[in-house]
Write a protein that binds this ligand. Structure first.
Ligand code: PHE
Length: 356
């Protein structure tokens, strides 16, 4: 009785399996026979009523049916999968002529780009790159460049003090005395690097970058400074650029000057270079000039502090003198690219950085 039922059931299962035409349909067949409530399981529940003597033979038959059904399922499954895969492959097409998706490429930060440009321009005048530490002694940052103890720049609000006598350098001029002490003249160095001040708003950052220049040799004159800066201005801002020096005070130079370049947006290329008004220049605010850097002739006090006899005439009969200048890299990058807010420089936004 049960034997007949089992035979009929497995014959039925095998035929349904061979007719299943998709993986999903096959899965339904599997569940309907082998699932917990499947027909085979139901039939096996009747095993208890079979006389004990016949039970082992019927049990073996049941297992045999189950194995047959399972292997038929397995075969059909791989047949169907193969069929489905080849159908999918014949439908989907790959077009190798489509243009490739462009890769996202990184770019150099505008501060890095401008710094490299400056090193390259001054490099052509023989300036060699020197660096100094960002954590500097209060002495080299201030006294050594003739900034007296009571100078307001030393206030806690302006300078980050790391400990007694140790500061984060507030300007790259801190490198001047290191160089004057460690090198003999002629000295012609350019020092790029980060500097720090307690300051933060749309036009100030607590950390920014400067490039310092120092040229010390026999008979270096103010006109050498001017020629050097003129060359730099034309290279960086365009060949029509002019410069002007306005007398100014920095403790480490005498005389000192603030240096402007003619506005490359509205006055550059015009022969005047003197503030030709065009109505509404966003860069120079119609003044025609952009303040770019501080400069001057090295203060004699620095030579004294360097402990070298720079003031004695040498064999050519000329005194050793020098000039120095310092400029803010972010400011130059902002002018060149018309960047409206200094804080963009440190925001790390790739939409901004990707434009350079
Ligand atoms: N150190 C000055 C500053 O930070 C710039 C400067 C450098 C001026 C060298 C004159 C000579 O503003």
């Amino acid at each position: 009785m049960l034997r007949n039922k089992l035979d009929a059931l497995s014959a039925q299962a095998l035929s349904e399996i061979s007719q299943a035409s998709t993986s999903e349909a096959l899965e339904l067949v599997r569940i309907s026979y082998l699932g917990k409530k499947g027909s085979l399981s139901e039939v096996l529940k009747g095993l208890g009523e079979v006389p004990a003597a016949e039970r082992p033979a019927i049990g073996a038959l049941a297992n045999e049916s189950k194995r047959k059904i399972e292997s038929a399922l397995e075969n059909q499954k791989s047949l169907l999968e193969e069929k489905e895969l080849s159908q999918k492959l014949s439908k989907e097409k790959i077009d190798p002529t489509l243009p490739a998706r462009s890769l996202h490429r990184g770019s150099l930060h505008p501060v890095t780009q401008v710094t490299r440009k400056l090193l390259q321009v001054f490099g052509r005048l023989g300036f060699e790159v020197t660096t100094g530490p960002e954590v500097e002694t209060e002495f080299l940052n201030f006294e050594a460049v003739n900034i007296p103890k009571d100078h307001p720049a030393r206030d806690m609000q302006d300078t980050f003090f790391m400990g007694p006598g140790v500061v984060l350098r507030t300007h790259t001029s801190a490198v001047q005395m290191r160089v004057l002490r460690s090198q003999s003249w002629p000295v012609r160095i350019l020092c790029p690097g980060a500097v720090y001040r307690c300051d933060q708003d749309a036009t100030h950052l607590p950390m920014f970058h400067q490039v310092e220049g120092l040229w010390v040799d026999q008979g270096v004159k103010m006109s050498d400074l001017k020629g050097t800066l003129e060359f730099f201005a034309k290279e960086v801002f365009g060949p029509g650029t002019k410069i002007r020096l306005r007398p100014s005070y920095f403790p480490f130079v005498e005389p000192g000057a603030e240096v402007d370049v003619s506005c490359f947006q509205c006055a550059n290329g015009t022969s005047s270079g003197s503030g030709k008004k065009t109505g509404s220049c966003r860069i120079c605010k119609d003044t025609g000039w952009l303040e770019i850097l501080g400069a001057g002739m090295v203060h004699p006090r620095l030579f004294e502090l360097a402990g070298k006899n720079y003031e004695l005439p040498n064999s050519l009969g000329k005194k050793v003198t020098g000039f120095a200048f310092g400029m803010g890299v972010e400011r130059i990058a902002m002018l060149l690219h018309q960047i409206p807010d200094l804080r963009l420089m440190t925001a790390g936004d790739t939409r901004f950085l990707g434009q350079f």
